[in-house]
Design a protein around this ligand. Structure first.
Ligand code: SF4
Ligand code: SF4
Length: 390
């Protein structure tokens, strides 16, 4: 495992952090993955109040195996749910209890997407609250995870004495949200930068066929994940990247990559390969949805991320693959189907989308491309018939 220094506290952090948003359904498997990760040198684990069951299982495993002092736990305040000054303590106490710990190494304000959210928290007294928690040692480092514009990011970074930042960044998103300018801005203030969405919700692990050919030509046998991760680790301003690892094989591949990755090691030819993959990717993916689910639930029960995944597949793979995905996973199949055309344009979802996707507008495109005429009338009957035939 390679480590990079947190310039604010001098700690050595593993360049591969364990993203704990979703664990396997099997608890024993989760425990085995976490123990292996620690044994092989991962010392940064990123969870959140809003990740179902995640804080609890981390607390159980780390306390049960006496690992609390060996690892850094990062967790997040659900800042959108904070309405009163008392809410800061209310959430924080629950989190410490779930995590079975008296302190949090890296505490983040979750999913800041505009400067107004920080102003609201300031009015509720968050600066005083953070100062008290840092002075009692319950919070070691304070930061925020971010999905807004660069302008607001710059304002936010300059508005408070942060210890670190977490941004969405990958070779496709290098000029999106905080982007490369945000990365340099934070690094210029000696802030550690932690990266989320290094694979853009898994899309950079499943590149279109012609992109795979390009990277195999550049390095036979190399994987899409290796190019995405190594491009990030090539940048010395990046402290670590977060990856959710639900399978032993994923953990093994990522560990092998993190053992070999060095900053400033990419050649011009490798950078050109990334540019070539990027060009192909941008041509094939129409909606930059990462599948984060922040837009859900939709009051009309539309499975928004699945609609966009199907739409993108219809361009990246084939039209038929998109139709199939729309029918099977976007909810158009079944006795009570939900369609992109059910959208009533209430606007609730788009406000939550970190990618700033114009969801109702894009759902119209999904409908035009993937929703076969008359399907709304036919499907409920067809589904019943199919169910009877089973
Ligand atoms: S705008 Fe459409 S997709 Fe979004 S929450 Fe409202 S009904 Fe659902
Ligand atoms: S539409 Fe936006 S909020 Fe919804 S899953 Fe996609 S990226 Fe996330």
């Amino acid at each position: 495992m390679q480590y990079r220094q947190d310039k604010r506290n001098g700690k050595q952090l593993s360049i591969l952090g364990f993203g704990c948003m979703r664990f396997p359904a099997n608890k024993a498997k989760t425990e085995q993955l976490l123990l292996k990760a620690v044994e092989r040198g991962i010392n940064y684990f990123d969870t959140a109040y809003l990740y179902p069951g995640s804080e609890e299982i981390l607390g159980e495993v780390f306390e049960g195996h006496g690992l609390r002092e060996k690892v850094n736990i990062a967790t997040k305040l659900p800042q959108v749910a904070v309405d009163t000054p008392e809410d800061f303590d209310r959430f924080f106490e629950i989190q410490k209890r779930r995590l079975r710990t008296g302190y949090i190494d890296y505490y983040l304000l979750h999913n800041i997407s505009d400067f107004g959210q920080w102003e609201k928290l300031c009015k509720l007294g968050i600066e005083k609250w953070i100062a008290a928690k840092k002075s009692s040692g319950e919070i070691k480092q304070i930061g925020f995870s971010y999905h807004g514009s660069f302008d607001d990011f710059e304002k936010l970074v300059d508005s408070y004495d942060w210890d670190f930042v977490q941004i969405q960044y990958n070779y496709i998103n290098s000029n999106y949200q905080a982007g490369v300018d945000g990365l340099r801005k934070a690094a210029g203030k000696s802030l550690p930068v932690f990266i989320m969405e290094p694979l853009l919700g898994g899309k950079l692990a499943n590149l279109p066929k012609d992109a795979i050919e390009v990277l195999h030509k550049a390095k036979p046998g190399s994987t899409a994940v290796s190019w995405a991760f190594n491009w990030l680790w090539n940048d010395p301003d990046i402290t670590l990247l977060l990856s959710g690892m639900n399978e032993n094989s994923q953990l093994d591949e990522n560990l092998a990559l993190a053992e070999a990755a060095l900053p400033n090691s990419f050649s011009n030819a490798q950078l050109q390969t990334i540019q070539d993959i990027k060009d192909i990717f941008n041509r094939s993916f129409k909606v930059p949805c990462t599948g984060c689910n922040y837009c859900m639930p939709c009051p009309k029960k539309i499975n928004i991320p699945a609609c966009f995944a199907a739409y993108n597949e219809s361009y990246a793979l084939s039209f038929g693959a998109g139709i199939y995905a729309y029918m099977m996973s976007a909810g158009a199949m079944g006795e009570f189907p939900h369609y992109a055309s059910d959208c009533v344009n209430c606007g609730k979802c788009a406000k939550q989308c970190p990618q700033r996707i114009e969801i109702p507008k894009q759902l119209k495109n999904v409908r035009r491309r993937l929703q076969l005429p008359g399907i709304k009338k036919i499907m409920p009957f067809a589904s019943k018939l199919m169910a009877r035939g089973k």
